[in-house]
Design a protein around this ligand. Structure first.
Ligand SMILES: [Zn+2]
Length: 213
């Protein structure tokens, strides 16, 4: 029998870090009024995360997708800001200070490779049951997320995974100390086989940029 004690996340139903919900609160309150997140949680019957425990990925998807249906005009910005907030939390709390210092002084390519590996190793915290593969090509970092549990296949018109793109862009920007951008070039929500994110230092037009203050 397999040793089920070695990998906590595989033992439970797929879960995602609570920040995927909690980081919606500040932008929702600011853009739509205080208590907006609580209202969405009430509608979806999802409990407010304690911040100490992972939350079921179905709950995260339900909250995000309901927000898109209720506030289609604002949802893109809200998702972007929540992704930035999540990346900032991860950078501050999940990457040891010594590693952050080292990543800033290493040659850029080495630092990018190390950060890509760190993200990949902890992918379950923001990808749930999705399978994340990475590759490097022409100086760009590719994240291929198969079966992305947060891809919104319900809302019409369909939209890309802005929250994930913002998490990737801000993680690279914040940890490596210079602006990075993320473009999702294919998306499960738009009928593709996988969600494919490309992180680079080249500024694409109309896409997500880290370090937006
Ligand atoms: Zn997607």
């Amino acid at each position: 029998m397999a040793d089920m004690s070695v990998n906590e996340p595989l033992r439970k139903s797929p879960r995602i870090g609570p920040n995927a919900i909690l980081q919606l609160e500040e932008p929702l309150d600011r853009m739509l009024g205080q208590g907006a997140l609580a209202q969405i949680l009430k509608i979806t019957r999802v409990a407010m995360p304690s911040g100490k425990e992972m939350v079921p990925q179905e709950d995260v998807g339900l909250v995000h997708h309901t927000m898109w249906r209720l506030f289609p005009e604002q949802a893109g910005t809200l998702s972007d800001r929540a992704g930035v907030g999540t990346a900032r939390y991860i950078a501050a709390n999940r990457i040891p200070k010594a590693a952050r210092v080292m990543l800033r002084i290493l040659p850029r390519v080495w630092a990018e490779r190390m950060l890509t590996k760190a993200i990949s190793d902890h992918a379950w915290t923001f990808c749930g049951s999705g399978a994340l593969d990475t590759r490097r090509e022409n100086g760009e970092i590719h994240f291929m997320l198969r079966e992305n549990p947060l891809a919104d296949k319900v809302t019409q018109p369909p939209h890309r995974c802005i929250w994930h793109a913002a998490v990737f862009a801000e993680l690279f920007s914040l940890v490596l100390g210079r602006p990075y951008y993320c473009k999702e070039v294919s998306c499960c929500a738009l009928g593709a086989e996988l969600c494919h994110f490309v992180v680079s230092r080249d500024r694409p037009t109309g896409h997500f940029k880290g370090l937006q203050l």
